[in-house]
Design a protein. Structure first.
Length: 666
């Protein structure tokens, strides 16, 4: 297999037809412009500073200054919101300005009235105000109906009084709120004359625009370090409200309103409440794939360089690590799965953006539940694969992967938090089985394309298994679809039976959600491949995409993401053996024929990977040796203040022995 030379890691993006297919032409152009701006701007330099060695306060200060510079670049060059968000992600540090477009402005667009949008959106777009989104509470995350913060209407003052009545009602984990945000969209229970009307959004000022100090009645503290030192640039805050008053005009009023006399005008369609989180999940559907592709790229470059042991005694040189099956069978399925997350995630997000833009004009919510099911499943599925995949890449790189300079710790710390966005995936994922049960019982699954596989459960007797007598049979899309659907309906049947028997399904339902994710991503990937193969002339990279599709399809069947899935597909031992052989052959074929082509097309630059294991002009050993001491605050004589203590400690034994010898015996 050809060896990529470490010096061939590009310093800037290289455009090819395959690259434009993987990245998308618009995203590639944005990426190229961002990297050009960053690599020429000292504040974004990754060479002059070793981030893991910075004190947390200094790291956040650097992030805040980078956020300011990004705002300047956006306003100067008229960057789009998407370009700005891409630039934030390119810093690898979750800047405090990230929620401005990702969730603050997007909710204003979808849930504010035209009058409110005219007043607030220009201010947010000019960064006259810094925004956050305050939903999660200390006592309630995924259970949004359990939120305790209240907004009580005061008819005489024509105001809402926002209050945190209990400790558990404290808004918690609120991004960009510990230090940065001036305004927050606060989710609170609307109360009018003692009657509750459910959760609504309130545009609430939390800091003075001239001084950045807290507004009266608002209490905030920054949460402190997160696990694995992740998200250093995000000042997550805990926030309480003590009878904070906001005008009636600051309840977001596109879907529901409160009139001056206290009359509540309910929304025409309750499904609008799906919108906020569907928006975030649609973004995550693609972003998680990129979060996995970077560590995959680092592991690819390093294992292509590292040599260890010999496959056979007769070998003259040690074997390159990537030639071992133990590496290929971990790395290449991750590459295929990350590609599926990106390509299918792009389609999901684009479809939702198109629908959402039309929805704002027409008020048509008919497809929103289907997008909700796609994106909640994608959130669980993609974050599980990405978090475990990053750690797998680290382990593949051996002991050197554990060094902070390898970058895996930063990547993992910044990605693993997504497993608990809105709550534990086992909790959030229950929304998929719940919807399956509802539509199964109501016989309405045909209204949701995402649940089309339920028709197979209703027509069990009319379906026969495909012919499975050769390894090549597993490469047929109709066989792969049969296997994924068969596994799904088996799990659905078991879930229905367990539910009717009154069993607690909070654990077992996670397997069903992951199988649902396999189906959603397989359908999207297969449709994309069919579209590609219909092009005339057929692109030269089509076979590489097919190789990725084959590995993705067979790996999720042969090595499922949940142990329960291994037994849910009824195969004979011969058929399972053929599946195992087919997956092995697909991995070997991609490794020998397409791996370098695919990784070259992704073309992650040294700046993007930011890893000592993948430098453009240094071998990994050189980078680790030269950069390791530079980042250590304990090198050389920097710990001289403790040298005397260490010398004295080495003499301690003698003093203790002398004390023992002179001590009278009892």
């Amino acid at each position: 297999m050809p060896r990529p030379d470490q010096r061939h890691i590009p310093k800037e993006p290289i455009e090819t037809p395959f690259t434009l297919f993987l990245w998308g032409a618009e995203k590639f152009a944005r990426r190229k412009a961002i990297l050009a701006a960053f690599t020429s701007n000292p504040i974004f330099s990754k060479k002059d500073i070793v981030l893991p060695s910075l004190a947390r306060k200094d790291a956040w200060t650097r992030s805040a200054l980078q956020a300011r510079e990004l705002i300047r670049l956006k306003l100067t060059h008229n960057w789009s919101h998407t370009q700005f968000l891409d630039a934030v992600r390119e810093t690898d540090n979750f800047l405090p300005v990230q929620p401005q477009f990702r969730i603050f402005l997007s909710n204003l667009e979808r849930q504010a009235s035209d009058e409110q949008k005219a007043e607030w959106i220009p201010k947010a777009e000019r960064f006259e105000i810094f925004g956050s989104y305050a939903q999660t509470e200390l006592g309630h995350g995924s259970n949004v109906r359990g939120i305790e913060t209240t907004a009580t209407f005061d008819r005489e003052a024509d105001e809402f009084v926002i209050d945190s009545p209990t400790l558990s009602s404290t808004k918690y984990w609120i991004g960009a709120t510990g230090v940065w945000a001036t305004h927050s969209l606060v989710v609170a229970r609307l109360i009018i004359d003692g009657k509750e009307y459910g959760n609504h959004l309130f545009f609430t000022q939390i800091r003075d625009l001239d001084t950045q100090r807290l507004m009266p009645g608002v209490e905030i503290y920054e949460l402190g370090p997160k696990a694995f030192q992740g998200m250093l640039g995000t000042d997550n805050g805990a926030m309480q409200f003590h009878h904070v008053r906001v005008p009636r005009s600051q309840m977001l009023a596109r879907n529901a309103q409160v009139l001056q006399d206290g009359t509540y005008v309910k929304p025409k369609n309750e499904l609008h409440s799906y919108g906020s989180m569907v928006t975030v999940r649609a973004i995550m559907a693609e972003c998680t794939g990129w979060d996995l592709l970077k560590p995959v790229a680092v592991a690819y470059h390093y294992t292509s360089y590292r040599k260890q042991f010999k496959k056979a005694p007769s070998q003259a040189a040690e074997t390159t690590v990537i030639d071992y099956a133990s590496v290929q069978h971990r790395l290449i399925p991750l590459l295929a799965q990350a590609t599926a997350l990106v390509l299918v995630g792009q389609r999901i997000k684009q479809a939702y953006d198109d629908y959402s833009s039309a929805n704002i004009r027409t008020g048509d919510f008919s497809q929103l539940e289907d997008f909700h099911l796609q994106t909640v499943g994608a959130k669980v599925y993609s974050t599980e694969i990405t978090a475990h995949g990053i750690e797998t890449c680290r382990i593949m790189c051996g002991g050197h992967g554990y060094h902070a300079l390898a970058g895996f710790g930063r990547m993992y710390g910044n990605a693993v938090n997504a497993l608990t966005y809105e709550g534990d995936n086992y909790v959030i994922g229950k929304q998929v089985p719940r919807a399956i049960l509802k539509h199964w019982r109501n016989k309405t699954e045909s209204s949701l394309p995402t649940l089309s596989y339920l028709s197979k459960l209703r027509n069990r007797n009319s379906l026969s298994p495909p012919k499975l007598t050769a390894q090549s049979d597993w490469l047929r899309p109709e066989v792969q679809r049969w296997a994924l659907e068969e596994r799904l309906v088996s799990l659905v049947s078991q879930h229905i039976a367990d539910t009717e028997a009154g069993h607690d399904t909070s654990y077992s339902s996670h397997a069903l959600t992951m199988a649902h994710g396999d189906m959603v991503y397989w359908n999207g990937f297969e449709a994309l491949l069919r579209d590609l193969e219909k092009r005339r002339p057929k692109p030269a990279f089509t076979e590489a995409v097919r190789a990725l599709f084959d590995v993705f399809s067979l790996s999720v069947l042969q090595k499922p993401h949940h142990a329960t899935l291994a037994t849910a597909l009824p195969l004979s031992s011969v058929q399972r053996g053929l599946l195992r052989q087919a997956e092995r052959s697909a991995i070997e074929a991609l490794a020998s024929e397409h791996l370098e082509e695919i990784m070259t097309a992704y073309g992650f630059t040294e700046y993007e990977m930011d890893s000592a294991l993948a430098r453009a002009e240094k071998e990994p050993y050189e980078a680790l040796f030269e950069e390791g001491g530079k980042g250590s605050e304990m090198s050389g004589n920097r710990m001289e203040h403790l040298f005397g203590m260490m010398v004295d400690t080495r003499r301690m034994w003698r003093r203790i022995e002398e004390e023992k010898a002179g001590r009278p015996k009892l």
